[in-house]
Ligand binder design. Structure first.
Ligand SMILES: O=P(O)(O)OC[C@H]1O[C@](O)(CO)[C@@H](O)[C@@H]1O
Length: 437
């Protein structure tokens, strides 16, 4: 992966761009954050940082994925937020939820039920052949209401189908170990039925858990090699541990840019425009990571997910000509030569001669470059992240890059990247309203 940041500076984009000295100042402010990361890695204070090199859990991940998938018609993954989006992101790289081929994938059908909607859940329960379905219920805390309700509904559905005695043959859980006698409700439901519960690493926060069993089991079911995902993550982490200068660590430079644009240019909207169907879920995973990690104490930047070229026909007008409050990241792939090649005679006849002999990938390659250049020409700062192709290593590298970028941005903003205190109030109120209804 290469990061190009020339279009972030005033010499290229004019007054919305940063001066090199301004950027250097923010980079210097990032140094304590990078020192903290290095120390946390050495002392294992942040287990996330040990994941890229971790190998001792890969056999269990492969075995769990095989148990869920082998001889199964459908695999249902319950869980929300960080207990689902990392798995979705990785599974999409393996083909899940891609247009058309998502429906023709080899192996069991894969379903992530991360949103709670009674009517669709009921329809899903009617449609699923329960006897040949396996369910993975993921909740780090074991206490998320939406996931608990789904698990209870599924257990009852098995009971109603006369399969109540076979829950251990169909369900698997993934949750933190019980600590200091606290109640883990997911375990409380599943353990008495003999359902196996895999451990969620208590030291890895939900939205940072994609490189653990939480993300890698769905990845393996979708045909991705978990070891390759981690190899990619190690690439993003390498410049942190090898002592590179802060400005030479892509994730640190990215964090410094985002914070500098928010603070010094009043540009608190961060757009991720990814030119690949395989990265659509990745943009959504990043939305949670960026929002829950940074949106605190009146600070934070608002993530805007977009996919190209389709969002050129939806959001690009706003990015180019709306409020000048956005820092855009364009993620490009080397897609030249991919896809169908267009017949020259047909192209000429249609009055589109430049299509003749070109592939769809050639057109998208031209579009992603044209979008970045057009934004820059219109005075909009743009960063370009280019990956050769979207495979297991590339997604691992992208995910680790963004986790590091988020942690460093939190240091720069002076907020805790790892908590999400504000969402608790609404959860308590919803429980009160439910018991009063
Ligand atoms: O994995 P859990 O504990 O069920 O939490 C699911 C999600 O809910 C949140 O706690 C927010 O409500 C997220 O941070 C988390 O990813």
């Amino acid at each position: 992966m290469l990061q190009h940041i020339d279009y972030c500076f005033e010499v290229e984009v004019g007054e919305r761009g940063l001066g090199r000295d301004e950027f250097e100042t923010v980079l210097q402010r990032a140094e304590p954050g990078v020192r903290w990361l290095r120390e946390a890695h050495e002392t294992n204070a942040l287990p996330l940082l040990r994941l890229p090199a971790k190998e001792d859990d890969l056999a269990e991940i492969a075995e769990a994925a095989a148990w869920l998938a082998d001889g199964t018609s459908d695999v249902v993954i319950l869980g929300t937020g960080g207990s689902s989006l990392g798995g979705q992101t990785l599974a999409q790289v393996g083909g899940w939820r891609l247009p058309v081929i998502g429906d023709f994938r080899q192996g069991p059908r894969l379903h992530f039920l991360d949103n709670l909607d009674g009517s669709s859940f009921e329809a899903a329960l009617r449609a699923l052949p329960l006897a040949t379905t396996k369910v993975l219920a993921v909740s780090k805390s074991g206490g998320t209401g939406e996931t608990l309700m789904q698990v209870m509904a599924i257990c009852s559905a098995y009971e109603d189908a006369g399969l109540g005695g076979t829950l251990a043959d169909h369900l698997m859980g993934l949750s933190e170990p019980v600590h200091s006698g606290a109640l883990n409700k997911l375990r409380k439901i599943l353990e008495p039925a003999g359902v196996r519960i895999l451990p969620h690493d208590p030291g890895v926060g939900g939205r940072f858990a994609a490189l653990t069993n939480v993300g890698l089991i769905p990845a393996a079911i979708a045909g991705l090699d978990p070891a390759a995902v981690r190899r990619g993550a190690a690439k993003a982490f390498q410049p942190v541990i090898d002592g590179s200068r802060v400005g030479d660590i892509p994730a640190v430079a990215g964090a410094a840019l985002a914070v500098a644009f928010a603070e010094a240019r009043a540009m608190p909207m961060d757009v991720m425009l990814a030119y690949s169907d395989r990265l659509e879920r990745f943009t959504r995973w990043w939305v949670q990571l960026w929002s829950e990690s940074l949106g605190k104490q009146g600070r934070g930047m608002t993530p805007v997910p977009a996919v190209g070229p389709v969002d050129q026909h939806s959001q690009l007008q706003l990015f180019l000509d709306g409020p000048a409050d956005k820092f855009v990241t364009v993620i490009t792939t080397d897609c030249r030569g991919t896809g169908p090649r267009i017949d020259a005679a047909l192209a000429a006849e249609a009055g589109q001669p430049e299509f003749g002999g070109r592939t769809m990938g050639d057109f998208v390659a031209a579009q992603q470059k044209a979008t970045a250049d057009t934004l820059a020409r219109n005075g909009k700062p743009v960063r370009i992240l280019s990956v050769e192709s979207v495979d297991a290593e590339a997604i691992g590298e992208l995910m680790m890059h963004y986790m590091l970028e988020t942690i460093v941005a939190a240091h720069l903003l002076g907020v805790d990247a790892f908590d999400q205190p504000a969402v608790e109030e609404g959860k308590v109120l919803a429980r009160t309203y439910l018991s009063e209804s």
